[in-house]
Design a binder for this molecule. Structure first.
Ligand code: MG
Length: 384
């Protein structure tokens, strides 16, 4: 059985997210947005799907890389196809990104699961059927009643605990917010949230990503005092040495790397050089499910947790497959946004949460997305 075709549909839908000039998502008014759906089809007509920003899987990427690496290959040869893409990546002149590789890899896993009638998290290891979710807030803003002050973070944290969350991760203020970045405001927000939720809720901070060592140390010492569960990406991850330095200075566990390239290979270096206490990997910016699960197993071999970055079906599948990950990242959340409302192209969100703060792994075959194909048919702008 071989892979026969790869195609894309660009879909129009209504989104309530807005993006600031630095690219951060905020709660906004309904507006028209676009997303692309990649479809990989096998000779028997079985299909796998993955959603992506349309620019990520533009026609050039699909024709030059996806089709050349996958069409005619055995339908379950995910590792072979991933390795083929990886070899093509160097010569692509940075056109073939880790994120694009991840989209094809996701669709191949989804295809396999749908064809075999098995959820992907079970194919990957099936370690559990539910996982605690932490509430991952949007970045701070200047919206009154939103996330504009430490006190508003504290009020929102109380709301989230009321919904069942056992953990909360703050994303604090970043430019273009007029007063950001601010070490003092970050610390005040963390203090206010700890004060509001008490000692038994796990708290994490993911703040401004370009602090220098001195500022990161100041915040890290505050988080140690406030008994935070981890400290995420306060400095550019290009300098592993800075993280090695910070990890040696503070008691709060330092987690990383999230955004650097290099997939599981770069993460092996961070583990070897003790640049983090908890490893971080994700499907989207780690090159796919295939390398993400390798990173998680690498961490396990060193007695480390590997916390999976980001929400959505592929990340949830990896979390469900391993035991050395304590949380699923549910978000991004904001007081003015209803996370549980599915976008038009899905029938339901994949990560509904129960009143005790657990997300249950979907038992649908494949990655578990419940796709609204009628909506997609009616709202397709472009096919290639
Ligand atoms: Mg992060």
């Amino acid at each position: 059985m071989k892979i026969e075709s790869i195609s894309v549909e660009v879909i129009q839908y209504e989104s309530k997210l807005s993006r600031d000039s630095a690219g951060h998502a905020h709660a906004g008014q309904p507006s028209s947005a676009q997303i692309a759906m990649l479809t990989v089809m096998a000779e028997d007509g079985a299909k796998g799907y993955a959603f992506a920003p349309r620019e990520l899987i533009r026609p050039y990427i699909v024709e030059q890389y996806f089709k050349k690496a996958a069409i005619g290959k055995p339908v379950h040869a995910r590792e072979l196809i991933w390795q083929d893409l990886w070899l093509r990546q160097r010569g692509s002149g940075a056109q073939l990104t880790d994120r694009a590789m991840a989209i094809l890899d996701q669709a191949l896993w989804d295809l396999a699961g749908r064809q075999l009638g098995v959820p992907v998290y079970q194919m990957l290891g099936g370690a559990r059927t539910k996982v605690k979710a932490y509430a991952s807030t949007m970045c701070g803003d200047e919206t009154k009643g939103g996330l504009s002050t430490p006190e508003e973070y504290a009020q929102f944290a109380e709301t989230l605990v009321g919904q069942g969350y056992q953990g909360i991760k703050l994303h604090t203020w970043m430019p273009p917010v007029s007063f950001a970045p601010s070490v003092e405001m970050d610390i005040r927000a963390c203090e206010a949230v700890r004060e509001a939720v008490g000692p038994n809720i796990a708290l994490m901070l993911d703040g401004y990503h370009w602090y220098n060592r001195t500022d990161a140390l100041k915040i890290g010492r505050a988080l140690s005092r406030l008994d935070f569960a981890w400290f995420e990406e306060p400095m550019p991850e290009d300098s592993m040495e800075s993280y090695r330095w910070l990890t040696q200075q503070v008691d709060v566990p330092v987690i990383g790397p999230e955004t650097i390239g290099g997939k599981h290979q770069s993460r092996a270096s961070w583990v070897q050089h003790q640049a983090c206490d908890i490893l971080r990997a994700g499907v989207a910016n780690g090159g796919g499910i295939t390398p993400c699960i390798k990173a998680a197993h690498l961490a396990e071999a060193f007695g480390m947790d590997c916390e999976i970055h980001g929400n959505g079906a592929p990340n949830l599948a990896v979390v469900g497959a391993i035991t050395n990950c304590q949380w699923y990242e549910r978000g991004l959340l904001h007081p003015h946004m209803d996370y549980d409302e599915a976008p038009g192209y899905l029938n339901v969100i994949v990560d509904e949460m129960d009143s005790e703060g657990f997300v249950h792994l979907p038992d649908r075959p494949g990655l578990g997305e419940s796709i609204n194909f009628d909506y997609i048919e009616a709202n397709t702008l472009e096919r290639y």
